[in-house]
Design a protein around this ligand. Structure first.
Ligand SMILES: Nc1nc2c(c(=O)[nH]1)N[C@H]1C(S)=C(S)[C@@H](COP(=O)(O)O)O[C@H]1N2
Ligand SMILES: [Mo]
Length: 392
């Protein structure tokens, strides 16, 4: 049944890819093209081959990001348009006692289901805000989303396979292919201890539904608290290695300067680079959106969200005067340590003028955001965000 549905939806896929440049073309306030892809609402279009779609900011005024609006980011243009679920198997191979070939039914019936709320955030989220500018997908804040993931722990699968004591790294490969030879296949790795920490999981559901094709149907690796580059979509192969994995997407791509905020100077690029890993502590404004004009003497809601790598948000502070004074704002309910935490403040600006707002979060490890951060790839944005608000 499932394979039938995916075939129906995606038979029109190529047509939609082309038509999004014509019929569906529409711009938002930021003059960016909006496009409609299969199983998706209108999204901000960055590229269509491979698809890179950003979530409009207003969607973040909800605890969980609906699948239809969840951002999309593939590296290789050889993306999937159909998967036959009758023959699909997740293979577990390498340094294991028993090689496994698991069907979707096996995963759903032979393992204990596990659910977790977690933010999936692209390493390059907010790259457009880097100054000086850097190349790469020019995302504003919409290359992330918060979802409830349901599936099976990697640990539970590897226990059945029986992992050999020589095991060092575990690789995760999706069904997507490079468009021509020479382009490295998208494969990511985690060390054994991390992969088996009981939190890293393989999701077969996202927000209570099948994962959309464009978000990695039928299985997506979920690495709570780590950047989305590790969240391999359309996962079909897990391999246990007896040596460190040296592939392109681990050793050449997705490297950051080796310091907690991934910071370096444009004039003095770091030579000490490491694979990107845990999410940085950050907070953003969601409401009002840039260029909104507020009325003086009228109540307005200032709203946003904060997230980190799993320590949890302790407090969020807002400044209405360019950082001269700060005060704590109200946090919404805690939805789990890997979820984001929404925050809000009712503001009645008394006087007309332009207000320079800033927001910063502090987490339960005592880490607070600071202002300066830049790196050549536009990764891991974590600065104190600013918003100019005009009051009329
Ligand atoms: N198979 C596969 N998985 C992948 C990728 C990819 O190109 N191929 N891109 C990764 C990156 S960099 C990101 S940001 C997330 C995006 O997940 P989404 O498309 O569900 O938003 O998928 C990750 N998993
Ligand atoms: Mo990404």
């Amino acid at each position: 049944m499932k394979s039938l549905i995916k075939l129906t939806v995606l038979s029109s896929f190529v047509a939609v890819l082309f038509s999004c440049n014509n019929a569906e073309k529409k711009t938002n306030t930021d003059n960016r093209t909006m496009a409609k892809f299969p199983e998706k609402e209108k999204m901000i279009l960055l590229t269509d081959r491979p698809p890179q779609l950003e979530t409009p900011l207003h969607v973040f005024r909800q605890d969980f990001t609906p699948n239809e609006s969840f951002f999309v980011r593939w590296h290789l243009s050889g993306i999937l348009t159909q998967i036959d679920m009758d023959t699909f198997r997740l293979e577990v191979a390498g340094e294991v006692n028993t090689t496994l070939k698991l069907s979707m039914n096996d995963l759903k019936t032979k393992f204990k289901p596990y659910s977790i709320a977690a933010v999936c955030q692209c390493s390059g989220n907010s790259r457009k805000l880097f100054n000086p500018k850097v190349p790469g997908g020019q995302f504003t804040n919409g290359a992330m989303g918060n979802a409830l993931w349901k599936g099976v722990k990697v640990n539970d699968i590897l226990e059945i396979a029986g992992i050999k004591k020589e095991a060092v790294d575990i690789t995760f490969d999706g069904l997507d292919d490079a468009p021509f030879p020479g382009v490295p296949d998208f494969i990511k790795s985690l060390d054994v201890a991390h992969a088996m920490d009981g939190e890293v999981m393989i999701a077969y559901q996202m927000n209570g539904q099948d994962i959309p094709m464009l978000n990695g149907f039928p299985l997506k690796l979920v690495v709570p608290g780590w950047y989305a580059t590790y969240w391999v979509g359309s996962l079909h192969k897990i391999e246990v290695l007896d040596h460190p994995y040296e592939g392109f997407w681990m050793k050449k791509a997705y490297l950051i300067p080796n310091n907690p905020t991934a910071n370096e100077s444009p004039k003095d690029l770091s030579k000490d680079m490491v694979p990107i890993n845990k999410l940085s502590l950050r907070s953003i404004f969601v409401e009002p959106e840039p260029d909104t004009i507020l009325q003086h003497g009228k109540k307005a809601l200032i709203e946003g969200l904060a997230l980190d790598y799993g320590a949890g948000i302790k407090s969020v502070e807002l400044s209405l005067d360019s950082g001269k004074t700060w005060f704590e704002v109200k946090l919404d309910a805690d939805l789990g340590k890997y979820s984001w935490r929404r925050w809000r403040y009712d503001w009645t600006p008394e006087k007309k003028g332009v207000y320079h707002l800033k927001v910063k979060a502090t987490n339960n490890d005592g880490i607070t955001q600071s202002t300066a951060q830049w790196n050549r790839s536009g990764y891991q944005r974590n600065v104190i965000e600013e918003l100019d608000v005009t009051v009329d």
